[in-house]
Design a protein around this ligand. Structure first.
Ligand SMILES: [Zn+2]
Length: 272
């Protein structure tokens, strides 16, 4: 039978395509990265997509929010834009759009009915919490981050993908999280202001309102979705960490994992 996935089936086989159709994926964060990931999941024919984000469309998002058309008003929830985007591509895909953060009761509940989580958030505090939740539930997590740094004498841009499974480890033992940022993200506003005064404004805090370019997000999102395909269709084994350095024109594989990880120890027996 011919259908829209013929060319893809040549890569994944009937079995791989069926797996994609049966797959339930959560996209946590519907900004520049999450929007791109959602777009690709829809074209791949993933059966169910749960999108979580409490943010709304702002003028400054319009350069990179896939699915934000000129006709969309500012203030529209990002999850609504992305739900419409998926429906426009393939109306047979089930979409659950939740305008809440994943830490909310609704968000935590929605993550009970998925098979894989795509982490597309800013901020290592939230990443640590998502890492913990996924380890506790034995849920595979593919976490993505883009990173730009522009100073008069130095321009860096790129990002990274980190795969969290029993085999690859987690964001903590793969050492991708910034401890100072976590302390500040999870601390009070006063603490943040004090630390910024002492150490200077954090690079990560600047990143939230710093440069952001659709093509950098697109590379990182596509690397992350390709690791999802590796995990689900078996085209190869997923890599634990990929580091994209756009300013050097390279993607590096990184294997770095410390032993005796507290978070990996939270995994249920069946997923170890
Ligand atoms: Zn770990």
């Amino acid at each position: 039978m011919r259908d829209r996935f013929d060319r893809q089936r040549l890569m994944f086989g009937d079995r791989g395509q069926k797996r994609l159709r049966e797959l339930r994926v959560a996209v946590v964060g519907g900004g520049g990265l999450g929007a791109f990931v959602t777009l690709e999941l829809a074209y791949l024919g993933v059966g169910m997509i749960v999108i979580l984000d409490a943010d709304v469309l702002e003028l400054s998002n319009r350069n990179r929010e896939v699915g934000a058309w000129e006709s969309h008003e500012e203030g529209t929830p990002k999850v609504a834009l992305l739900g419409d985007l998926v429906a426009t591509i393939d109306s047979t895909i089930e979409v659950v759009a939740i305008p809440e953060r994943f830490e909310s009761p609704q968000g935590r509940k929605a993550l009970q009915s998925v098979d894989v989580v795509m982490g597309c958030m800013d901020g290592d505090g939230a990443r640590l919490e998502l890492n913990e939740l996924c380890c506790e539930r034995g849920l595979p997590l593919i976490d993505m981050a883009s990173d730009t740094f522009v100073e008069p004498d130095e321009v860096l841009f790129g990002g990274r993908v980190c795969v969290v499974t029993a085999e690859t480890g987690c964001l903590c033992c793969q050492r991708v999280l910034d401890q100072r940022e976590i302390r500040l993200d999870l601390g009070s506003g006063e603490q943040r202001a004090d630390e910024d005064a002492i150490y200077g404004v954090r690079r990560e805090a600047l990143a939230a309102r710093g440069p952001s370019v659709i093509s950098f997000n697109g590379v990182v999102a596509s690397l992350g979705v390709t690791e999802l395909l590796a995990l689900v269709t078996g085209i190869r084994k997923p890599f634990s960490q990929l580091d994209y350095r756009g300013h050097e024109g390279i993607v590096r594989k990184i294997v770095d994992r410390s032993a005796d990880c507290y978070y990996c120890g939270l995994r249920p027996e069946r997923s170890r």
